[in-house]
Design a protein around this ligand. Sequence first.
Ligand SMILES: Cc1cc2nc3c(=O)[nH]c(=O)nc-3n(C[C@H](O)[C@H](O)[C@H](O)COP(=O)(O)O)c2cc1C
Length: 353
Amino acid sequence: MVPLAEQYPWTTLPFIVGAPMRQLAMARLAVEVSAAGGFGFIGAGESLDEVDSYLEQAASLVKGHELLQTYYEKSGVLPVGFGFFDWAPAEDLEKCMVAVKKWKPAAVWQFGAYKNQDYAVWAEKIRKMGEGKTQVWIQVGSVADALEVAKTARPDVLVVQGTDAGGHGLETGAGIISLLPEVADALDATGITDINLIAAGGIMDGRGVAATLVLGANGACLGTRFLASEEANIGNGYRQEVIRASDGGMNTARTKIYDKLRGTTLWPVGYNARGVLNQSFHDHNAGLALEENRKLYDEAMKQGDAGWGVNGRITTYAGTGVGLVKSVMKGGDIVKELQQQALRRLEAVTPKL
Ligand SMILES: Cc1cc2nc3c(=O)[nH]c(=O)nc-3n(C[C@H](O)[C@H](O)[C@H](O)COP(=O)(O)O)c2cc1C
């Protein structure tokens, strides 16, 4: 297996990934994360027409960072990635492939396929259009999916998503502490040893990063923590709610209600999303009809920042670790802090012989 830091030479260890959060993690955040030694992903929207312009923006922002720009000029590889959902219409995904050919992002991240075989189809196209420069990452949430995807799509990286993750994922699943090692063992047992594993779900600080390395991951991916970055493309009401919310096991839930209210209903069977509990959620549980709930949601959308919060109605997708996110920081400072904390933590728990 090629070590990640060799594969992506602008990165430093421990390997930190900024998740491709749809319409929230855009070029600005992705480049900021990569410039600090992490690997930043752009989250493409439902309409994938814009991927070309997102990558163009990233290429332009890269010019402001000498190390990234030098790497880009020498290798022709744009030192960020982008993520898409495999459930998007094929004609949209084909447009993404054209953008891959033009910009050669370091990786394309797939997630949310109707069937695992779809990942293999797009993996082949990404490799072809990327001309050996663009790697394939696939996010999975179970041991069975990890094995099937590893065998059929042969990704360069599997992102293993535990059930604590914010945003979309499998309705049922395990926490990363058991999921990651079980995936690693299952791959080993089938002789697949060339896929790097990235842990995702519930990792908020350096302690979480250190834990995933101890579990056997090659790096850690964070979404919720980067929502509280200066570069996230996020409303102030949303960001403040991420800072405010705590005790995520009690105050977030995996549910489909937010998708229903937002009209994002193309997700495959078996997926839902984790968000902070709010009035829409409570009213739904109390039996409020969807149509009525949707009307109230649409009204809340007009309130701007005031529409978020415990008594608000606008969706706050975030993971169970949300209570560990306490302040807004620059994305690059988050990467550095995660790395330093993780190294300190690993040193602190290593017995001195
Ligand atoms: C607000 C939000 C949006 C997300 N959007 C995407 C997405 O567009 N594509 C994707 O593959 N994963 C998405 N994810 C999931 C992340 O890839 C990752 O699994 C998750 O953030 C990790 O858990 P954490 O939030 O506890 O760090 C999203 C997560 C959040 C919190």
